[in-house]
Design a protein around this ligand. Structure first.
Ligand code: 5AD
Ligand code: FES
Length: 353
């Protein structure tokens, strides 16, 4: 066993902090044995705050129209082969209603940066979901906006916001995004969201093109410093209608190791076992939970359009009805000794307003 690696993991468990070079060492020297050692500790820590509960969020992908052109993403503006769609307000409200009946108490409204959905339209939607069900948490994931917009959504009743920072390294950000996109603006958005009072989800992809272990070490330092309430991470998965066609996808192993390290850095954090992880391995989400994750986000998008929200290839769950996904995950979690709970799933220690 790698004694030095083990000592770093022990230290991380105690102090929730390591130096940059220590993170680099761990990432460079990942072995199955070391990963297992970290996972065991991560699971124990997660158990302390969340027990055997796995939180669930109903994901509604309500538009695949996007004005951005991120180099890795299958629904980038430049991909002319995607059939574009937009759900109407009624369709979205039907999905949340169905989700509520299935036991979801939080919804994530995710979409491309679609100019049709003006602030007024988003606010109206948020208010209507709030009228439908007072006891749900409403999460938005609709990209970069100005402070006034974020504030308006919040005042309308939104509780959480997911905006993956994608990378903590500005240079890497430039290699993954077109010139007109700004890393600084994205980071400012995250700070603004926190200031306004949202529960904030950040996140990044594991092993996209150009990413080095040093970049991943920067991600871990970012989690230490910024302390997002949630952190979504999943393997990068190649999409052939992007400039990154022909590149390699990220691995389940590295993703799971990072989940464990992040759990040790910030014990109360919400960590999803992502659909991307489930796409890369038939038991990917189970492996994620067994590495320290505590959230799953099954799809509530109407089945008719699901295939069109193809951020990456071979995405799972594009043919299954919402109830099937709920049932499937119920079973999967039971099979490893966990329980999918009917709960808003706030971060431990979060003060509800
Ligand atoms: N592989 C994996 N994840 C991707 N995302 C976008 N494209 C891909 C891909 N090809 C992630 C990004 C984005 C989130 C919604 O999905 O991190 O923020
Ligand atoms: Fe969708 Fe398993 S979670 S089919």
């Amino acid at each position: 066993m790698d004694q030095r690696g083990k000592a770093y993991i022990d230290q991380l468990e105690r102090e929730h902090h390591l130096a940059f070079d220590e993170y680099v060492y761990l990432l460079k020297n990942r072995s199955d044995e070391l990963a297992e050692y970290a996972a065991k500790k991560a699971v124990a820590v997660r158990q302390h705050f969340y027990g055997n509960a796995v939180y669930t969020r109903g994901l509604i992908e309500f538009t695949n129209i996007c004005k951005n052109n991120c180099l890795y993403c299958g629904i980038r503006r430049g991909n002319a082969t995607v059939e574009r769609y937009r759900l109407s307000e009624d369709e979205i409200l039907q999905s949340t209603e169905e989700g509520y009946q299935l036991g979801f108490r939080t919804f994530v409204l995710q979409g491309g940066e679609d100019p049709y959905y003006t602030d007024d339209r988003i606010c109206s939607l948020v208010r209507k979901i709030r009228e439908q069900h007072r006891d749900v948490a409403i999460t938005l994931s609709i990209g970069e906006k100005e402070r006034e917009s974020y504030q308006a959504f919040f005042d309308a009743g939104a509780n959480r916001y997911l905006l993956r920072h994608e990378t903590a390294n500005e240079d890497l950000y430039r290699k993954l995004h077109p010139e007109e996109m700004s890393w600084k603006h994205r980071m400012d958005c995250l700070r603004t969201l926190k200031e306004i009072g949202y529960q904030v989800g950040a996140g990044f992809m594991v092993e996209p093109p150009y990413q080095k272990v040093e970049d991943l070490a920067m991600e871990l330092q970012f989690i230490e410093d910024f302390k997002p309430d949630m952190c979504g991470i999943g393997p990068y998965i190649v999409h052939h209608e992007t400039p990154f066609r022909g590149e390699k996808s990220g691995t389940v192993e590295m993703t799971c190791f990072l989940l464990s390290l992040i759990r040790l850095i910030y014990p109360e954090i919400l960590l999803p076992a992502t659909t991307a992880l489930g796409t890369m391995h038939p038991r990917g989400r189970e492996l994620g939970i067994e590495s320290g994750a505590n959230v799953v986000m099954p799809n509530l998008t109407p089945v008719g359009v699901r295939k069109q929200y193809e951020l990456y290839e071979n995405k799972i769950c594009t043919g299954e009805e919402s109830a099937q996904c709920r049932g499937c995950l119920d079973q999967r979690m039971k099979s490893i000794g966990y329980e999918l709970v009917i709960d808003r799933g706030d971060r431990f220690g979060w003060n509800r307003r």
